[in-house]
Design a protein around this ligand. Structure first.
Ligand code: NCD
Length: 311
């Protein structure tokens, strides 16, 4: 039997591996547009969603993806489980293992938690976000969305804007965009820039300077829950300098795309008008998430060998 495959960070995949998942996701996106949005590819397989942090989009999207592949799904969230009674991540993992789950999707506030899980259990592990570290399926769904709207990404420019310091979305996104040959700008106040340099990216503190250069303006949520250190003088000041609003969008290239991983703080990093404009691909990102997560589960679990097919 082939070795278990995992997706812990985006650099587990080379460009070809990413291309394959994006290609598979296209056929699943087609399935999801049918009246009956289901294929038998992972029938008889069990996927557990292990969420130790609040999540709407990512959790629902993994659940729907697994169900659309006909897998059985177990949902575990920290607030309703024995974690409240002090059960450790390891015991929970071993419990799932003993029940014979095939894949565990984990979101955890501690960076590196998915790597521990991989050591402890034999199931396939998918990282759905660990601390401030990585969020590989978000990076893949973002690539998918950009491809759909912009075509070939080689040589295109993307700016990740805002709370980069705390953003696992940006950390995985930068790597994915670089692998696809994109130019990457990081736009933030110096206090919200990453502590160590990221190779091949340009740091800019002025959003107004960055906007005219971009094919994609990727807004990040201001992570108030990770801001105890007081990294911005005030939210008002931050909003004045870094909010994406229609006035700033007037300086954008025609056809430039606005993205955001959600959840949005409307009125902080982005205005409602921009978030709901036709040049915003934010709901397309959510739609892409289901197809991309189907493709990821299918690829890692070797659905084809199990007798199903992507179409
Ligand atoms: C992000 C996350 O949780 O990392 N959201 C998501 O997965 N859609 C970004 C965020 O919380 O700001």
């Amino acid at each position: 039997m082939a070795e278990r495959r995992h997706l812990l960070d985006i650099d587990d995949l080379d460009r070809e591996g990413m291309e394959r998942i994006l290609e598979t996701a296209r056929s699943f996106a087609e399935v999801l547009r049918r009246p009956i949005k289901k294929v038998p590819s992972l029938r008889g397989r069990t996927v557990a969603n292990l969420f130790y942090e609040p999540s709407t989009r990512t959790r629902l999207s993994f659940e729907l993806a697994a169900k659309s592949l006909s897998a059985d799904v177990l949902n575990f969230s920290a607030s309703t489980s024995s974690v409240e009674k002090g059960e450790s991540l390891k015991d929970t993992a071993l419990t799932l293992e003993a029940m014979g789950v095939d894949a565990v999707v984990i979101r955890h506030p501690v960076a590196g938690a998915p790597w521990l899980l991989r050591r402890w259990i034999g199931a396939t592990v998918l990282n759905a976000g660990d601390g401030m570290h990585a969020h590989p399926t978000q990076a893949l769904l973002d690539l998918f969305t950009m491809r759909e709207r912009l075509g070939d990404l080689e040589g295109k420019t993307i700016a990740f804007v805002g709370d980069i310091l705390h953003s696992r979305v940006a950390r995985s996104g930068v790597k994915a965009c670089r692998a696809m040959g994109m130019e990457v700008l990081l736009v933030a106040p110096p206090t919200l820039m990453p502590p160590s340099p990221m190779p091949g990216v340009e740091l800019i503190t002025s959003l107004d300077e960055a906007i005219p250069r971009c094919d994609v303006i990727y807004m990040l949520r201001m992570q108030k829950e990770r801001q105890q250190e007081g990294r911005v003088p005030s939210l008002e000041e931050y909003t004045r300098l870094y909010q994406l609003n229609v006035e700033r969008m007037a300086g954008a290239r025609p056809g430039a795309l606005v993205m955001h991983p959600g959840p949005m703080n409307r009125g902080v990093e982005i205005t409602a008008e921009v978030a709901d404009a036709p040049y915003a691909a934010i709901t397309s990102q959510v739609t892409a998430g289901v197809a991309v997560r189907m493709a990821t589960l299918f690829t890692l679990l070797g659905g084809a060998e199990g007798g199903g097919d992507a179409g």
